[in-house]
Design a protein around this ligand. Structure first.
Ligand SMILES: Cc1ncc(COP(=O)(O)O)c(C=O)c1O
Length: 402
């Protein structure tokens, strides 16, 4: 075959700048000096953080929202609010990122890992078997890389076995299943606003729910002191009376500076989700025709947000795998490989989380062994994404035929 020797020069970790409007809002907060969410002026001012919570709750279609320091913190808080026992088994995905088992452990639970399918979603057969064998009653479901499992089938299993669902929507903010926003299937949902997520405040997170008592507990847990009445997207004061002396302060509040830069971004979230998907389509259009490349397909009821692309090349030997990663890198295409036995940067395989007992998961091992991942920052144009796809396809074919 002929090679094009195309080299891509874009930066895979370069996000779009914060808009002038968001910068102005942040400057205003700084000029006011009132950065702490409860530091409001006399006449019943609603802080930027409170306003953001109202707006995110509305966007999400949930009654309540708590803004906090990170997605990982939101997950810990959700588990603490639910009230897990020390060492309690908490079901979660084997294919996820380290903050997920980390949050479970921080909240005192013990992660119990569930296999992934080759479509990169939770294996529902393995889930059901594991519920039966462990008696676990909570699932922290990570919609890893935005791939949505069949939520209808999942809910049938969870309801039958009385398993509570908490959703990790770090990668599905803005996605839907059957027209229902991701995060609205379980008792609580957790979101991240860390730089590489769908809205960017550097660090940050949300916890959403429709449950009065869970949100009252979450607000107190986040470090509201006794200022919970300054929350608006939260239950009535009477609900706090039930929990306020029984719930510890584990500080993790969002501040007004972050909230100020998130509020304008929320307005553009849905439009940006479409921009991600257009870029993703341009990229995978180059991969799908290549026989040796498998691109996961989206469930027909799902509308995912593809802020990254995943694909597998299962026919590659170890040598071909290494040669492929190097060839892409040499052409400017930075891929992450989920199968590496040593954790690298953001990517770690489940067997490197050695602070809780894990058994080998041969199915997950097989899926991860040749699974690649490519970020799609919105600073890339649609043409850039097509070029990236071409380079990946070309290197795959070249190395696959060697
Ligand atoms: C799948 C997944 N869940 C949760 C998180 C936690 O988010 P944060 O970094 O805001 O704690 C991340 C962050 O990368 C993630 O990738």
């Amino acid at each position: 075959m002929t090679t094009t020797d195309k080299v891509f020069t874009g930066n895979f970790t370069q996000q779009e700048p914060i808009s002038a409007e968001a910068i102005a809002a942040a400057v205003e907060v700084m000029q006011s000096g009132r950065l702490h969410r409860y530091n409001v002026s006399e006449n019943n001012e609603l802080s930027e953080t409170t306003l953001l919570e109202i707006e995110y709750a509305k966007y999400q279609g949930q009654q309540y929202c708590l803004a906090c320091t990170s997605g990982g913190y939101a997950m810990q808080t959700a588990l603490r609010a639910w009230g897990i026992e020390p060492g309690q088994p908490i079901l979660t995905n084997a294919f996820t990122l380290s903050p997920v088992p980390g949050a479970i452990t921080a909240a005192g639970g013990t992660p119990v890992l569930i296999d992934t399918t080759d479509q990169l979603v939770l294996d529902l057969n393995h889930l059901e078997q594991t519920i039966k064998s462990t008696g676990a009653s909570v699932l922290m479901l990570s919609h890893m890389r935005g791939h949505l499992v069949d939520m209808d089938k999942l809910m049938v299993i969870l309801n039958e076995h009385k398993v509570a669902l908490i959703e990790d929507c770090a990668h599905t903010m803005g996605a839907t299943f059957n027209g229902v926003k991701s995060g609205n299937h379980g008792v609580m949902a957790c979101f991240s606003t860390q730089t590489y997520k769908h809205i960017n405040s550097g660090e940050g997170g949300f916890l959403t729910t429709n449950d009065d008592v869970l949100m009252a507990k979450a607000v107190i847990l986040s470090g509201s002191y006794m200022l919970y009445e300054r929350h608006e997207a939260s239950p009535a004061p009477a609900v706090f009376e039930q929990v306020k002396y029984l719930t510890p302060n584990c500080s993790g509040r969002m501040d007004n500076l972050r909230a100020a830069i998130l509020r304008p971004q929320l307005i553009n979230l849905d439009a940006n989700c479409k921009r991600w998907n257009t870029r993703y389509e341009a990229l995978v259009a180059k991969l799908v025709p290549i026989d040796i490349i498998d691109v996961p397909t989206e469930h027909q009821s799902a509308v995912e947000v593809h802020s990254s692309a995943q694909f597998a090349i299962n026919s590659f030997s170890d040598d071909q795998n290494q040669a492929f990663l190097k060839a892409c890198k040499d052409s400017g295409v930075e891929l992450k490989w989920f199968g590496a036995d040593k954790p690298a940067a953001y990517t770690s395989r489940y067997d490197s989380w050695q602070y809780f007992p894990t058994t080998k998961l041969p199915q997950t091992d097989k899926v991860l062994a040749r699974l690649y991942d490519c970020r799609i920052p919105l600073t890339f144009s649609v043409d850039d994404c097509a070029t990236i796809g071409e380079i990946i396809a070309e290197k795959a074919l070249l190395i696959g035929s060697a």
